[in-house]
Design a protein around this ligand. Structure first.
Ligand code: NAP
Length: 397
């Protein structure tokens, strides 16, 4: 079985490829591809595994992409930003007749793809194509599905939280994506959809050790789109985030409240420049001025907790009010890429039986088994990772 990983040398994807090698896999050929062949070859050399090979492709070159994937079994799309790249990749993957998985965390990409004719085309070809199987959406929303199945008859609210260290590995796409996510933060309240920038409302949320209680605000994230596909009609869904250190959260808050996430073009010395162009250029310059972590420093950094997340559910079971909070603490990159690799293996084994384009919450039928397998593999790979669940039962008179 052959797996092609688009963006396979990216900051997240590599953790999944290492996991695949560590665990032995249904895949006996894994292609790491991106635009930079030299980088991919170096990575393959470092991985030192006979099943991994390097390739070069620019995913915007449809013919080249088709040639690369035409004889594989599963395509894993780990490129970004998804709102720019995902549509064409999925379209070409359907043409090539291959199963597909990604860890898309871009709500705009979900809307664009699900509102197109691509889901129908995938279904007609009998393909299983899974969007959003990363950390969140992905592990966290599947954890919420598992909790829903164990503890609830009906749900009235789902809130997803995440907080990560600003030094977490992340590629150049991430800063631009963050500005978009704080500018457009959709949510569902009492069955109605709203959209407003982040930081206009804030809450305190206890992430548990080590982050403890943090200020959180809503952020534009796909769970507002994906989770209702699993729990249709759920009247309240939102996603809230924070950053470590608190000064990084405050920095995005200052940018947002000053209007610097706007894409409205201004004329500056004859040049069209939006406040967001300016803010992004400043953030990229600031990041570039800080020395990059060496591989040894990165390994040391990842020994600690660098990301926390939680799923909070409210609803009823047997006439009683139920509230659930599942808190997780670990590192973002393995938690993003290992669920994707497990999903790719499930596709190759025919364990994802639904056809068409689906969100992770729809694709993973045995949510509890998936959660347990992910936790085990992250820990087997040597990362610290905890999941703590808390359930409150209230009598309703
Ligand atoms: N669901 C989740 O929980 C979750 C969590 C974290 C991140 N993400 C998302 O995952 C995506 C990747 O994040 P990352 O931190 O791994 O980013 P990254 O380090 O920038 O990796 C992106 C990869 O895509 C490749 N790429 C970009 N444009 C390409 C093109 N036109 N053709 C071929 N390859 C291309 C890049 O290689 P070259 O530049 O060398 O081509 C690189 O290997 C982001 O969109 C991010 O938002 C999701």
């Amino acid at each position: 079985m052959k797996l092609v990983v688009l963006g396979g040398a990216g900051s997240q994807a590599l953790y999944g490829i290492r996991d695949l090698i560590n665990h032995g896999s249904i895949f006996d050929e894994v292609i790491i591809s991106s635009r930079n062949l030299e980088k991919n070859k170096k990575i393959v050399e470092g991985l030192n595994s006979p099943i991994v090979k390097a390739a070069q492709v620019d995913v915007s070159d449809e013919n080249a992409l088709y040639e690369l994937i035409k004889d594989c079994d599963v395509v894993a799309n780990c490129t970004g930003p998804y709102h720019i790249l995902a549509y064409k990749i999925i379209e070409t993957t359907i043409k090539a007749g291959k199963h597909y998985i990604d860890f898309c965390d871009d709500i705009e990409a979900f809307h664009k793809i699900f509102e197109s004719d691509l889901p129908k085309k995938a279904q007609e070809k009998g393909l299983s194509m899974v969007m959003g199987l990363g950390a969140s959406p992905g592990f966290l929303s599947v954890l919420a599905c598992s909790a829903e199945q164990r503890y609830f008859d009906s749900l009235k609210e789902a809130i997803f939280y995440f907080a990560c260290d600003e030094q977490e590995p992340g590629g150049p796409a991430v800063l631009g994506h963050m500005l978009e996510c704080v500018h457009n933060a959709p949510y569902i309240r009492n069955g109605e959809k709203f959209n407003e920038p982040s930081f206009r409302e804030e809450w305190d949320f206890d992430f548990g050790e080590p982050y403890g209680v943090r200020k959180v605000t809503r952020i534009g994230h796909p769970e507002v789109f994906t989770f209702p596909k699993y729990a249709p009609g759920i009247p309240n869904v939102s996603v809230r985030f924070s950053l470590e250190p608190a000064s990084a959260y405050q920095g995005f808050k200052d940018l947002s409240l000053a209007g610097l996430t706007s894409t409205h073009q201004l004329n500056i010395n004859g040049n069209p420049v939006s406040p967001r162009d300016f803010a992004l250029a400043v953030l990229i310059a600031q990041k570039a001025s800080r020395p990059e972590m060496t591989e040894a420093e990165l390994q040391e950094f990842l020994k600690g907790v660098t990301a926390c997340a939680a799923a909070e559910l409210h609803g009823e079971k047997d006439g009683k009010g139920m509230s659930y909070v599942g808190r997780v603490a670990g590192n973002m990159a393995p938690l993003t890429a290992i669920p994707l690799i497990i999903g790719a293996e499930m596709l190759a084994k025919g364990e994802i039986t639904k056809k068409g384009i689906m969100v992770a919450e729809e694709a993973i039928e045995d949510a509890d088994k998936f959660v347990k397998e992910t936790v085990k593999r992250i820990r087997d790979d040597g990362f610290g990772f905890t999941v703590n669940e808390e359930l409150t039962v209230k009598e309703v008179y």
